[in-house]
Write a protein that binds this ligand. Structure first.
Ligand code: PA5
Length: 424
């Protein structure tokens, strides 16, 4: 369940202002749900309500086979073809997953570090390895470089058997990767044409790595379906995703330049990375848009906290206060601590964290930093699905408020073209 608490932001954005904004909100709502507006880019919108039985079966078969023949799967992809899976695994696995889990999912192809790929190759010999390469266009430079390096490694190590260790997730019909996979006989899964990278986590792009890691994807989809049912039906001012989008839009119009998604759970930190890409690529264009950034509290209170409290007031904070109901920990501090720390004795870490959330919001809002609070509670797979869909709705609705195309990313091309020019 996701609940928006806008009390801390009310001195910047009032209920009256939100009500006056209704007609613009109504228009954005209509544009969002009209499949003819940005036709071909909104396959994700009704996705949670559609039947994915066949896809689920295909993925399950691949995941089971990969788990049977390997103990490490390298998932290759960048941007929307990577951040969602990383966020999902990090939220749903233990904080110390890599040491605890038998099946390890490692990521590659999301940068060009020789040291990273070198370290990766140097540990693979100790494992049985499979590879999932994810690229919608099929020709993105970073994943392409990593894929061909790992493919070459697999071919040298497993010979003809390499092909059965590779799965390509890509455009259903076209692109270099689709063609290459066909030629080599790899198993493939489609990325629907009308779902862009940053909206694709609930397709095979995110679900296959989750399945390989043994995570309950049905629960993830159930969470997304729950959010779909809820958000689709609510009126503008009762829809927390819309209200969140309208408040951050208002603050942007008031001159705030950046929004930090603040998380207190390390397991939600990568989710903030996914959120950052969603908003950055969707809304940062035509010379406008809030700069999305992320802060991991209380850790960053001892570094960036100083800046947030005392420096230029250009930042707003959206606090994503997550409560996982499926992690069974209850850890209370001992009755007797040292003289200075005794005021914490007998308190649980959760209590301390909740006091931190409230105290930081008070300190920052008093200093002129608008804060919005999103409470999110549930078991992690369901909550993950719910959060994904919640922010997808908020982001696309916000794109309509800004009057931009929230589904393209023309700015990403410039560096790629320059690299190609230098390398060809
Ligand atoms: O959201 C997007 O569309 C991008 O971030 C892409 O996901 C990213 O550039 C990777 O593209 P591709 O999947 O084509 O390799």
């Amino acid at each position: 369940m996701i609940r928006l608490d806008k009390t801390p932001v009310e001195k910047w954005v009032t209920n009256t202002q939100l009500t006056q904004f209704m007609s613009i909100g109504e228009l954005a709502h209509k544009q969002l749900w009209d499949m003819n507006v940005h036709k071909g880019s909104k396959g994700w919108l009704h996705w949670p309500a559609e039947d994915h039985h066949r896809l689920m079966q295909q993925m399950e078969a691949i995941a089971q086979r990969f788990r049977a023949i390997s103990d490490v799967t390298v998932v290759i992809g960048i941007g929307g073809s990577y951040l969602g899976a990383r966020a999902a695994l990090s939220m749903m696995q233990s904080n110390f997953a890599s040491e605890a889990d038998q099946m390890r999912v490692l990521f590659a192809g999301n940068q060009l570090s020789e040291s990273y790929i070198g370290d990766l190759l140097s540990i693979l010999d100790e494992h049985e390895v499979t590879v999932v390469v994810i690229s919608k266009s099929g020709g993105t430079l970073e994943p392409s470089a990593a894929f061909h390096t790992l493919r070459d490694y697999l071919e040298k190590r497993y010979g003809k058997g390499a092909a059965e260790r590779i799965c390509a997730v890509t455009d259903p019909e076209s692109g270099t990767l689709r063609q290459f996979a066909g030629d080599r006989g790899y198993v493939t899964l489609p990325i629907p044409r009308d779902i862009g990278g940053r909206y694709s986590v609930l397709t095979a792009v995110g679900l296959l790595p989750m399945m390989i890691a043994g995570l309950p994807v049905n629960e993830v989809m159930a969470g997304a379906a729950e959010a779909y049912d809820e958000l689709r039906q609510q009126t503008i001012l009762e829809n927390p995703a819309y209200v969140y989008a309208m408040i951050r839009h208002f603050l942007y119009l008031q001159g705030f330049a950046a929004e930090a998604l603040v998380t207190y759970e390390p397991q939600a930190a990568h989710f903030a990375g996914w959120w950052q890409q969603l908003f950055g690529e969707s809304q940062g264009k035509d010379g406008i848009g809030l700069f999305p950034t992320m802060l991991q509290y209380t850790t960053d209170l001892h570094s960036m906290g100083q800046y947030v409290q005392d420096a230029r007031k250009m930042l707003l904070e959206t606090v994503l206060d997550v409560h996982f109901t499926d992690t069974a920990h209850s850890i209370t501090l001992p009755g007797e601590l040292d003289e200075k720390s005794n005021y914490m004795s007998g308190k649980s870490f959760s209590e301390l964290q909740q006091v931190a959330v409230a105290s930081v919001i008070k300190a920052h809002t008093d200093a002129g930093v608008p804060n919005l609070l999103l409470h999110a509670e549930g078991n992690r797979p369901r909550l993950f699905g719910e959060l994904v869909y919640f922010f997808e709705i908020a982001c696309s609705f916000g794109g309509y408020l800004l009057g931009i195309n929230g589904f393209d990313q023309p700015g990403v091309e410039a560096y790629k073209q320059e690299m190609r020019r230098r390398l060809v």
